[in-house]
Design a protein around this ligand. Structure first.
Ligand SMILES: [Zn+2]
Ligand SMILES: [Zn+2]
Length: 140
């Protein structure tokens, strides 16, 4: 269940690609990508040293508001950014080290929020979080 790569989606949207925005989009491409803004900066600078943290934040915020990147606050620590928005995936997180995986749980097609609990919201996303301990961490 792979979704279209981020850069490909942005090209299709005719997103204005400056060199800085291009490297930011490039480092956000892939599976199980959940980088913090600082990590995006670090990786982008390996390709283009003049990338600034402000540009990283501005670009990520723009991509989030376009719906092409989603913010993930599943674990302790900074917000992470996830380019896989189209495949309806959910997250599996290690409570100890913060490792974060994309998962596709079964049975969610029947998951519904009763009208009485929607409080007039227009629902645009639903997120199920599986928490546990990864094979490196073992247990609490
Ligand atoms: Zn772990
Ligand atoms: Zn994800």
């Amino acid at each position: 269940m792979t979704s279209t790569p981020l850069l490909e989606r942005l090209r299709a949207l005719h997103w204005r690609l400056t060199p800085q925005r291009r490297v930011i989009a490039e480092v956000m491409d892939g599976e199980h990508v959940h980088l913090s803004a600082e990590e995006v900066l670090e990786r982008a600078r390996e390709r283009l040293p003049e990338v600034s943290l402000a540009t990283v934040y501005n670009t990520l915020n723009e991509l989030v508001s376009m719906g092409e990147v989603q913010q993930v606050d599943a674990a302790a620590g900074p917000t992470r950014y996830d380019p896989n928005t189209g495949d309806g995936h959910h997250h599996l997180v290690c409570l100890k080290c913060g490792d974060l995986r994309d998962v596709h749980p079964q049975g969610l097609d029947v998951l519904e929020l009763p009208r009485s609990e929607r409080f007039g919201y227009r629902i645009v996303n639903r997120e199920v979080l599986f928490q546990g301990y990864c094979s490196d961490c073992g247990g609490p």
